[in-house]
Design a protein around this ligand. Structure first.
Ligand code: ATP
Ligand code: MG
Length: 244
């Protein structure tokens, strides 16, 4: 579905934030990205949806290179990929429903009004994340976990093929984090591939079907979560690191 080959990203032309990275994502996978702060996880996710331009290498989506796509073609490609962020990136003063509907903007060429079908879909997606009674509330009145559920509903409005989640639970307490991961797992079961960066190995083990770990922008490990033993953990996080 998605294939990266020899991807490089340098912000300054000297240091590689992502270096010679190759991997592929198959349909239905839940790929967890691990790695220390600064290892290149966000850079990689942003290269995939071309929020930042890779310096070299190729990214293929369903067999076609997406490097060099512009304008309408780039917009069309991006519909396939929905982003979920640590800080939710919602418009706090607007209602939950308006935020969810905004996930549909990639389908509106000009500022045309949302259709009745889109509003119905928004309510359906809010129901999927257990927030159907919150549609008319302003986002700022919601807890962090509820806000992330709004962001998930917004992502679903895109009818994406892949969800890119950049530390979606890093701002949440452990129990809320786990419930957000359950929503992502359910989305994954419905046929949407997920690439999700995480800080906790325990969550990677519970939810990942495969793990890709980065160290200084390079691949440090690729395999099954259960293959990450104490030795691999130190390869990924450094000799002095201890699991918490
Ligand atoms: N916009 C930018 N301009 C210059 N350098 C950047 C930029 N964004 C990231 N970097 C650098 O690229 C490297 C990788 O950063 P990135 O944000 O991708 O790491 P990360 O794995 O997402 O870290 P974290 O876990 O803290 O979110 C770091 O050295 C960082 O300083
Ligand atoms: Mg990051």
């Amino acid at each position: 579905m998605l294939e990266l080959s020899h991807l490089y990203k340098s912000y300054d032309g000297k240091y590689n934030a992502v270096e010679d990275l190759s991997f592929s994502l198959e349909k239905g996978e839940f790929l967890v990205l691990l790695g220390l702060s600064g290892s290149g996880k966000s850079t990689l996710l942003r290269c995939i949806n071309r929020l930042i331009e890779p310096s070299s290498g190729d990214i293929r989506f369903e067999g076609e290179s997406i490097i060099g796509l512009k304008g309408a073609e780039l917009r069309q490609y991006r519909r396939n990929l929905a982003m979920i962020f640590q800080q939710f990136n919602l418009v706090k003063n607007l209602t939950v429903l308006s935020n969810v509907l905004s996930g549909r903007l990639g389908y509106h060429h000009i500022a045309s009004p949302f259709t009745a079908e889109e509003k119905e879909l928004a309510m359906l997606n809010l129901k999927r994340v257990g927030l159907e009674d919150f549609a008319q509330r302003r986002v700022k009145q919601l807890s962090g976990g509820q806000q992330q559920r709004v962001a998930i509903a917004r992502a679903l409005m895109q009818e994406p093929k892949i969800v890119l989640a950049d530390e979606p639970v890093a701002s949440l307490d452990p129990a809320t984090a786990d419930s957000i991961m359950q929503y992502l797992a359910e989305i994954n079961r419905s046929g949407i591939a997920v690439i999700c960066s995480l800080h906790f190995l325990s969550l990677a083990r519970r939810y990942g079907s495969r793990v890709l770990a980065l160290k200084d922008g390079k691949k440090a490990f690729e395999g099954l979560p259960e293959e990450i033993d104490a030795a691999r953990f130190k390869e990924i996080y450094g000799e002095d690191a201890r699991e918490i």
